[in-house]
Design a protein around this ligand. Structure first.
Ligand SMILES: [Zn+2]
Length: 268
């Protein structure tokens, strides 16, 4: 089955966006997308600035090249995600400067959520996977996280993000870089203050109800106990989410939502 042109166009556009955003240099970064039993991948040793629809390589279900072209060396990381996440349709990798600065340092100030939107879009944490040699070692280091989160920092390397489609995967990578920028901006004034577990719980329930990510699936049983989708206190709806949002300081603030959740939990 040939890959549909619109997906080719999307993947090529995302690759060019990585360069336009300043998140890759030289031949850095790569993008893949799944279409049924095949994959589309950016070619190796090519600037993402130059990727067009026809430059993409097709792979079979096992990751072998169909036709001509040479796929990038980090393809194993992408396949590791697809194998464990049937809901994922696209994986994006780049070296965005702020997030990569954190990935290459000893600290990880974005590991614990400090913005409500990030919890709904990315899940309960952004882990840093310890540096491992490219190949089997890197795959083994990444594997335990694939089902738990939707993005990781790759130690001394960069960011890997995945989503249902190219747009969602790109937005997640974009959000990681944005969070990194905020966290580093806050560092001189004491650093970001992580949200409390009590604040995170209803946000994860909202994520589950919105059916975002595999981590959400795991949280669904908790969400069922909580009943209907909980409004999320946020400036804007999370991408692809149908979760209702209320503005900070709006008709329901985070404290009242958490209070209600605690009261509901105590009643059961
Ligand atoms: Zn890389």
């Amino acid at each position: 089955m040939k890959v549909a042109p619109p997906l080719r166009a999307q993947v090529a556009a995302i690759a060019r966006q990585l360069h336009a955003a300043g998140w890759v240099a030289n031949h850095d970064g790569n993008v893949t997308a799944r279409d049924g039993t095949r994959y589309l991948a950016t070619p190796t040793a090519t600037s993402k600035r130059l990727i067009g629809d026809r430059d993409l390589i097709e792979l079979d279900a096992k990751g072998a090249v169909v036709g001509s072209g040479k796929v990038f060396g980090e393809i194993g990381l992408h396949l590791c995600v697809y194998e464990r996440r049937p809901d994922v349709g696209c994986v994006v990798h780049a070296h965005p400067p702020y997030a990569t600065a954190i990935a290459s340092s000893r600290a990880n100030p974005i590991e614990q959520p400090f913005l409500a939107e990030a919890v709904v879009s990315l899940g309960p944490k952004i882990p840093k996977v310890a540096y491992a040699q490219p190949g089997d070692a890197a795959r083994a280091a990444l594997a335990p996280w694939c089902e738990l989160v939707d993005t990781v920092l790759l130690g001394n390397h960069g960011v890997l993000a995945w989503g249902a489609d190219p747009e969602q995967a790109f937005l997640r990578l974009e959000l990681v870089e944005h969070l990194a920028k905020i966290a580093l901006a806050a560092a001189p004034i004491g650093g970001v203050e992580p949200l409390s577990p009590q604040a995170i719980a209803p946000l994860l329930a909202a994520r589950a109800k919105a059916n975002i990510g595999r981590a959400a699936d795991r949280a669904l049983s908790t969400a069922d106990k909580l009943g209907s989708p909980q409004p999320v206190v946020a400036c804007a709806p999370a991408p692809h989410a149908s979760v209702p949002t209320v503005p900070p300081g709006g008709n329901r603030d985070l404290a009242s939502i958490v209070r209600d959740e605690i009261v509901n939990a105590l009643r059961k």
